[in-house]
Structures are given as C-alpha cells and as structure tokens.
Ligand binder design. Structure first.
Ligand SMILES: Nc1ncnc2c1ncn2[C@@H]1O[C@H](COP(=O)(O)OP(=O)(O)OP(=O)(O)O)[C@@H](O)[C@H]1O
Length: 241
C-alpha cells in the first residue's frame, strides 16, 4: 500500500524579476492511499506527474508531509523503499549503465545473488523472460529503442520489486513496441503506477489520477477521470491565445 499524507514538494527557483531565488510549490499537498494493482497518472506537461511518481520511491522527498510504502517512510527508510519500489524512466538510456544487456541485468542482481556464476545464469533467465536472451552479449547501443526499454524494465524487475512505477515508459516507442511493453506491464504481478499521456493505457487502469498545476484534481475510475482530464485540456485549448 502506498500512502501519501499531505505530501508537498517545493523547490528553489530563480525569480524572473531578478530578485532573490524563491521557494515554489511543485506538488501538493496530496493525500492518497493507493492499493489498486493498476494506477495511471495523467495530466498536462509540467503539471507535476513526474514529481508525484518520483515521490513514490524516494527519488524526490517531500518537503512537508509523508510518503510511505508498506509502512516504510521514503525519507527515513529510503533504501528499503527503493528495494520495494522499482522505477522505470521514459528514456531507457537514463537507466542502462553497463555495456551489455547481461551485465546490466547482472548489476541489478549484485545484492540479491552474490555468486557471480549464479548471477549470470539468473540474469540470462531474466533476459529470456523478456525475449532478449539472444541479445545478452551485444552492445546495448546495438539494441533498438524498444529493446532498450525492455532491458530497462528487465533490469528493474530482476529483483522482483513489489511495486513498479513507470514514468511514460512507452512515449518513445512505435506502436508495435508500445503494444509489446503495454502487454508486458499488464502481465505483471506487481502493483504498477504508470504516468502516461496514452489515454488508451490509462483506460486499462483500475484507478486514474489527474494532476493539474501540482494538485490531484480528479481521482476516479478511468471513465470519469479521463473525461475530467479531457474537459480540463479542452478548457486550456479554448483559453489559449
Ligand atoms: N528541481 C526543480 N526545480 C524547479 N522546478 C522544478 C524542478 N523539478 C520540476 N520542476 C517544475 O515542476 C513542474 C512539474 O514538473 P514535472 O516534471 O513533475 O511535470 P510533468 O507533469 O511530469 O511534465 P511532463 O508531462 O512534461 O513530463 C514543472 O513546471 C517543472 O518545470
């Protein structure tokens, strides 16, 4: 269970008028309990979706309030939270650090599988599960964008986190790879919280959060939540000069 209690995120920002830096609120206060297996987060560019997603595994810490995962506070139990909550970025290149897929997945397993041979065998099995076994030893630069996104997912899921948070995991993918990754995400046992601009993907969630200007402005089943998001975007388009 993910719990946000009056969680706020603030940051220092330059004053456009040239005065001293000032504190701006990026998100919140947000209070939520997320127990559903499939949660989608939608909203305009810059509305605060990534900030919300990053709060869930302690990549961003709340400036006020608390975020807890299965009772573990992201501020005081960050390491334990990150073992429970895997995070997948939009751009897999932000995440892939090793020269080959095998080494990259093996790196994720270094804590849970101490023996090097066992670790390699385990990493190969993970790559096989993601359809990447025949790419295990090639340079990661020789992978397609879709294969790189799969590798990023494989490396995160290798340690079997209880929760997977994905920040627009299919935005850079063509329709074929998007469908492939969507199916893979749908097949997971884990709780998945997915930030997305893909309203078809959001419609498959059990619960959809709509973020606008740093606030959760709708929180509902997909039908009404997506309708609220469309209304919000329609109003923004109508108000544009
Ligand atoms: N460290 C920071 N300092 C100052 N402002 C920040 C910082 N991080 C994010 N912001 C601002 O906070 C707002 C929310 O950013 P966030 O990345 O959460 O939006 P988003 O909804 O994920 O956007 P997108 O759909 O474009 O990825 C934006 O206006 C962004 O510029």
């Amino acid at each position: 269970m993910i719990e946000l209690d009056a969680a706020e995120v603030t940051a220092w920002s330059p004053d456009p008028a040239g005065g001293p830096d000032r504190v701006v609120r990026l998100l919140g206060p947000v209070s939520l309990r997320l127990a559903e297996r499939r949660v989608a987060v939608v909203g305009a560019n810059g509305s605060g979706k990534s900030t919300l997603a990053r709060l869930l595994n302690g990549l961003v810490l709340p400036s006020a309030g608390h975020v807890r995962v299965d009772g573990l506070d992201t501020a005081s139990d960050g390491v334990a939270v990150r073992r429970r909550v895997g995070f997948v970025f939009t751009d897999p290149d932000a995440q892939i650090v090793m020269p080959t897929p095998l080494e990259d997945v093996a790196l994720s397993l270094r804590r849970t599988v101490p023996d090097a041979r066992e670790r390699e065998a385990h990493a190969l099995a993970v790559l096989d599960r993601f359809g990447l076994a025949d790419r295990a030893h090639v340079s990661v630069h020789a992978l397609s964008g879709g294969q790189r996104q799969l590798l990023a997912l494989a490396a995160v899921l290798a340690t079997d986190p209880a929760v997977l948070v994905c920040d627009e995991p299919t935005t850079l993918l063509d329709l074929r790879w998007r469908t492939h990754v969507d199916r893979l995400l749908a097949s997971l046992e884990q709780q998945v919280v997915q930030v997305t601009h893909d309203l078809e993907a959001a419609a498959r969630a059990e619960r959809v959060l709509v973020v606008d200007d740093g606030q959760v402005v709708a929180d509902d089943e997909p039908g009404p939540a997506i309708a609220a998001y469309r209304a919000l975007m329609g109003a923004a388009v109508a108000a544009a000069p």
